[in-house]
Write a protein that binds this ligand. Structure first.
Ligand code: ZN
Length: 100
């Protein structure tokens, strides 16, 4: 992710959503960890699946303003494989089947 103070070089640990910049070591905030908001696990899996088909590591990025469909469109634009959307589980309780 981008460091808000210097470069696109901050590391994020998804298990504990904190970030640390490899260049400035979060100097602007007294070298303390910065807390970040991350997408939920399903959304993160979908994002990672899409960007994994990009050749170069620096192309495998995502910005919080981009949707999974935006990433799919970018893959298609650059001739990369576009993984299909996975069906979402139905919302609410399942309806009881009609008996005969
Ligand atoms: Zn920095």
């Amino acid at each position: 992710m981008d460091c808000p103070d210097c470069t696109p070089a901050a590391f994020v640990w998804p298990e504990q959503p904190y970030t640390l910049c490899a260049y400035c070591f979060n100097g602007a905030v007294g070298n303390r960890w910065r807390r970040v908001a991350l997408p939920d696990a399903d959304a993160m899996d979908e994002i990672e699946e899409i960007v994994a088909f990009r050749d170069m590591p620096w192309e495998r990025n995502w910005d919080h303003t981009e949707t999974a469909d935006d990433l799919r469109a970018e893959n298609a634009q650059h001739g990369k494989y576009v993984p299909p959307k996975k069906p979402k589980p139905p919302k609410g309780p399942a309806l009881a089947g009609e008996g005969g």
